[in-house]
Design a protein around this ligand. Structure first.
Ligand code: MF3
Ligand code: CO
Length: 250
């Protein structure tokens, strides 16, 4: 069952999502060659607490940090560490969730640090961001979820890139992960019908090469088997009568 949220609940999810969005901008501004990923994790946590919110990932199924920082061939769930230092040209993904008055917001961004030397990496980031924007743009009350999944996958495949099969977006609200699972590939005219008041976290996770992945020795970090670089964007959105509202934007 996909829950329909009340206007009040949607406001709280929006508040949580805006804290996520604001923290992601702050993190990006502070991401320079030489900084450690644990430093970014610490400033993320402090910024969330300053906003009277709590980190959503910390302790979730044993996840040890506030932020996920995935670099280059890492796709998602990169664990911050004092030994992981950002370099010029790195393709960095941040994924962040917060809880505000019991409600969750979740978003992710990818960007290239410093001077970009690699056009393919630029294209990777752009295709991932655009796939999310295209998917969001078709959402409204009455459409089927399979159309959203198709929109994402189709655009990525058209661009010669690949999507992870074993990780999905999700409903969000009083829990980080609610129904439905939102696949990043799929078929039109399949899946549940979206209704006004549903809140969803849509998150394409894509790779320049093959999307086969493995989990690193830390038990969390998901990286590509072929070493190809990856990107991840995520927004928390709310379905409305005639469209959709992006909640995790400033
Ligand atoms: N955005 C990811 C998700 O929705 C983040 C989960 S990381 C975890 O699944 F640490 F919380 F597991
Ligand atoms: Co998510």
């Amino acid at each position: 069952m996909i829950e329909i949220k009340s206007p009040h609940e949607i406001l709280l999810i929006e508040k949580a999502s805006k804290i996520v969005a604001e923290t992601l901008v702050f993190l990006k501004e502070n991401t320079k060659p030489g900084v450690s990923t644990i430093y970014l994790d610490e400033i993320a946590r402090k910024n969330i607490e300053k906003n009277k919110a709590k980190p959503a990932f910390l302790g979730y199924r044993g996840y040890p940090n506030t932020l996920c920082v995935s670099i280059n061939d890492e796709v998602i769930h990169g664990i911050p560490s004092q030994n992981k230092i950002i370099k010029n040209g790195d393709v960095v993904s941040f994924d962040l969730g917060v809880i505000y008055e019991g409600y969750y917001g979740d978003a992710a961004i990818t960007f290239i640090v410093g001077d970009t030397q690699n056009k393919e990496h630029e294209r990777l980031v752009k295709v991932c961001r655009t796939s999310l924007e295209k998917a969001i743009s078709i959402i409204k009350d009455g459409i089927r979820l399979g159309n959203v999944s198709y929109e994402i996958g189709n655009f990525i495949f058209e661009n010669g890139m690949d999507v992870l099969r074993d990780f999905t977006g999700h409903g969000i609200g009083r829990k980080l992960h609610e129904e439905p699972a939102i696949f990043n590939y799929g078929a039109k005219n399949t899946g549940p019908i979206l209704k006004e008041g549903m809140t969803l976290a849509i998150e394409p996770m894509i790779t320049l090469g093959k999307a086969d992945v493995y989990i690193k020795e830390d038990g969390w970090t998901v990286a590509t088997c072929d070493g190809s670089y990856a990107a991840h964007f995520e927004h928390t959105v709310c379905v409305t009568k005639n469209g959709v509202k992006i909640l995790s934007t400033l």
